[in-house]
Design a protein around this ligand. Structure first.
Ligand SMILES: *[C@@H]1O[C@H](CO)[C@@H](O)[C@H](O)[C@H]1NC(C)=O
Ligand SMILES: *[C@@H]1O[C@H](CO)[C@@H](O)[C@H](O)[C@H]1NC(C)=O
Ligand SMILES: *[C@@H]1O[C@H](CO)[C@@H](O)[C@H](O)[C@H]1NC(C)=O
Length: 373
């Protein structure tokens, strides 16, 4: 056991530098390269018995190879094969594993932990949000949980900018005008949208993703940034973004563009509802790249339909996948993407690699790269 611990520590140390960069959101770290100083498990002359090899359950068959390579050097991987990921299969394969690479958004709850057994000692998700994890239950059992925030902030912020501009300038509606041959640009007021310049931009949640969006907005000559968070952010950051913490009702009342960039919690669930929308400007554009249930979707429909707000751009909704006959899709003034915020090769690979390091570190009792608690 000791020897194995040492081996894994070496393995982790060898590739930590690049991963630390990415975990911190540094642009220098390129994550797709395999660690170079890694010892090879094949060179081991001893047979390791079952007890000496950590078993890691990988709950998704398409986890990027870089992450699988990292974990399989020192551990035995138990792969789930179903697509979409299937809870029954996960439960069948969870028994006796030491680590879990939780590659889907299937609820990670008491039942899963019970089935796995008391030897389970390390879990990481491959996501920033962990609303599908029973964190309290993990804490109770002292099982460390990792997740992968920060590394996806740039990709999500890029998408948020796209949604903001396409909702403000009516990309979706414009396309339908072409499709229906109702292109009427002889009207001077045709298809007028909202300016970004000189606008007040609000952030519901101003963590790593919100700040990455604010950074991009610096090129758009906005007037100021307002935000709400559970905790005030660093004064230096406030200065850097010309940002001011306000109450929720002020955020609603003053924002020309309002980004939802907060985690889903009991406090945030449904907070954008029929009480909130009438407080917003009629010209406001709402962007949600966080979690669907933060918005009451029926109330959003009504707000858009009755022009309580100008438009919305959303990457997340409730439920996902959104049924093709959902009434939201009938509206001209909403732009919808299918939860693709982090869906780029580099970002997903980085997320997987960090999650793999989280699991490995948890197994040897070292602090995770990005612990969730
Ligand atoms: C390794 O295990 C195999 C099969 O269990 C056995 O035949 C072999 O002798 C073992 N080798 C060593 C070095 O223990
Ligand atoms: C899930 O996996 C189990 C066991 O592997 C299988 O019996 C079941 O049909 C699968 N369910 C779905 C919906 O694919
Ligand atoms: C909207 O959400 C807020 C905050 O959760 C709540 O106080 C309010 O009662 C809700 N409004 C409606 C109409 O449900």
């Amino acid at each position: 056991m000791l020897k194995l611990n040492l081996f894994i520590s070496l393995l982790i140390f060898g590739s930590l530098i690049a991963v630390n960069d990415a975990a911190r959101g540094s642009r220098r770290g390129k994550m797709t390269e395999a660690p170079s100083t890694t010892p090879k498990v094949e060179s081991s002359e001893e047979n390791s018995s079952e007890e000496e090899t950590f078993k890691i359950l990988v709950t998704h068959p398409e986890v990027p190879q870089e992450a699988l390579d990292l974990m399989s050097r020192g551990c035995k991987l138990i792969m789930c094969e179903s697509l979409p990921p299937n809870r029954t299969e996960i439960l069948q394969k969870a028994k006796g594993v030491h680590g879990m690479f939780w590659g889907s958004h299937i609820p990670l709850d008491k039942e899963v932990l019970d089935v796995a057994g008391p030897q389970l000692k390390s879990i990481s998700t491959m996501s920033a949000g962990i609303d599908y994890v029973d964190v309290e239950e993990l804490k109770k059992r002292k099982i460390p949980l990792g997740h992968t925030p920060i590394v996806l902030s740039d990709a999500v912020a890029d998408l948020a900018m796209g949604l903001m501009l396409s909702a403000a300038r009516r990309f979706h509606e414009g396309r339908t005008k072409i499709d229906s041959s109702t292109w009427e640009n002889y009207h001077i007021e045709w298809m007028w949208g909202q300016d970004v310049r000189d606008s007040t931009v609000g952030f519901f949640g101003f963590g790593s993703i919100g700040q990455a969006i604010a950074k991009r907005l610096k090129g758009f000559d906005i007037e100021r940034v307002l935000y709400t968070t559970r905790r005030p952010i660093d004064k230096k950051l406030e200065k850097q973004f010309n940002a001011q913490k306000v109450e929720f009702h002020e955020l609603l009342g003053q924002s020309d563009f309002l980004f939802i960039a907060a985690p889903l919690t009991p406090e945030t669930e449904g907070i954008f509802n029929s009480t909130a929308f009438p407080k917003m400007k009629k010209t406001a554009v709402l962007i949600n790249i966080a979690r669907g249930p933060i918005v009451n979707q029926d109330d959003l429909y009504t707000a858009l339909k009755t022009n309580q707000i100008f438009s919305a751009g959303i990457d997340v909704m409730n439920p996902e996948p959104l049924p093709a006959n959902d009434k939201l899709l009938t509206l001209p003034n909403i732009v919808i993407t299918p939860h693709i915020g982090s869906a780029t090769k580099r970002t997903r690979t980085d997320m997987a690699t960090i999650a793999a390091h989280n699991v490995l570190r948890g197994l040897v009792g070292e602090p995770m790269l990005s612990p969730a608690y």
